[in-house]
Design a protein around this ligand. Structure first.
Ligand SMILES: [Ca+2]
Length: 346
């Protein structure tokens, strides 16, 4: 019943995995800006579908210049610098890489265009595009689009991604073709027995190591269960050593179950704990854990380890007839000894 309750709890507390999604990521949907462009004044939520022009002015550009993808893109300076942003549903604690195409309006100065990208709760990052980066200079038919990236961690269920033009003219940094990737990877679990083989009634350790391989993201609510094979039980006492990220470790003596729940591991950190197990039957015991769950909803693979258990060492015993035979032999030997001794005296 306890095991069932544990798995039910895992099921209830693992949130649905949300795939990162930017709506209208290439600016292809919105009021038709043909044949050149529309200048959009803040605040505006309708001209470019799913996008909010929140400060200043931007230009919504159609085929007047080459787009990075499709036919439309955005100049982050309309009559002057402006900001365009979108709220995106992301998974808290996950790290994302935003990739976007960057170019510059070649129609006017300055030569170097400035852009600032920000995600809620994260440091901004500044980008520059140089009109001289194209051979012979960038122009409307050769915009020189390059992919840039911005790495951030979602700190709330809704993240605002904002692109702020920072060029103080009407000819700013241009953006197009946004893509977003969730880079958070699951925890890894390994386990090992303290010996390759033991006998029935002997004990050895069973250790578990959980690792958070992410370079930025903390993983929380880490948990797994390990049901021992039928020939092994948790020793009495259980010999528990180590700990794991503040998590709760259950390993009740005499049972076949080890459970970790509620552990937290910072990026690039790991934990190890160990319990003793005792063999109660012979055979090759292969032991596989459950998957490793996290509050972030990403699941790690199970871990497996094996141990060979041989029969208990045989202690020789004598049956009733064996004892009678032994007594008879001892008695016979004694009589024979006495006779030889008497003969030697004579
Ligand atoms: Ca586009």
């Amino acid at each position: 019943m306890r095991r069932f309750t544990f798995f039910l709890a895992l099921f209830l507390f693992v949130p649905c995995f949300a795939f990162a999604q930017i709506s209208n990521p290439s600016f292809e949907i919105g009021t038709d800006p043909a044949p050149f462009h529309i200048t959009v004044f803040a605040p505006d939520t309708t001209t470019i579908t799913s996008w909010f022009v929140s400060t200043g002015t931007i230009d919504y550009v159609d085929g007047s210049w080459q787009a990075a993808e499709g036919v439309r893109s955005v100049d982050t300076c309309g009559q002057g610098p402006g900001t365009i942003q979108q709220d995106i549903a992301l998974t808290v604690g996950h790290t994302y890489i935003l990739t976007f195409a960057l170019a510059g309006n070649p129609e006017g100065p300055p030569t170097v265009k400035d852009l600032r990208v920000t995600a809620t709760g994260n440091p901004f990052q500044d980008y520059q595009f140089d009109l001289t980066s194209c051979p012979g200079g960038c122009n409307f038919t050769n915009m020189g689009w390059v992919d840039e990236t911005y790495t951030f961690t979602a700190t709330a269920a809704t993240t605002t991604l904002a692109f702020e033009g920072r060029t103080q003219t009407a000819y700013g940094a241009a953006i197009d073709y946004l893509r977003i990737t969730d880079t958070t990877i699951p925890p890894t679990l390994s386990k090992a027995f303290g010996a390759a083989d033991i006998r029935v009634n002997e004990s050895t350790s069973l250790s578990f190591t959980v690792d958070n391989p992410n370079t930025i993201s903390t993983l929380t609510g880490i948990g797994f269960s390990d049901t021992l094979p039928s020939g092994l039980v948790v020793s009495t006492p259980n010999g528990l050593t180590g700990s794991c990220g503040g998590g709760s470790i259950t390993a009740t003596a005499g049972t076949d179950l080890v459970i970790l729940s509620g552990a937290t591991l910072a990026a690039n950190s790991s934990c190890t704990f160990s319990v003793n197990v005792t063999a109660i039957a012979a055979g090759l015991m292969t032991n596989t854990t459950s998957t490793v769950s996290t509050a972030e909803g990403i699941i790690g693979s199970p871990a497996t380890a094996s141990i060979s258990v041989s029969s208990a060492a045989a202690v020789p015993t004598l049956t009733g007839w064996g004892i009678i035979l032994l007594m008879f032999l001892l008695g016979f030997s004694y009589v024979y000894f006495l006779k030889r001794q008497r003969r030697s005296i004579e």
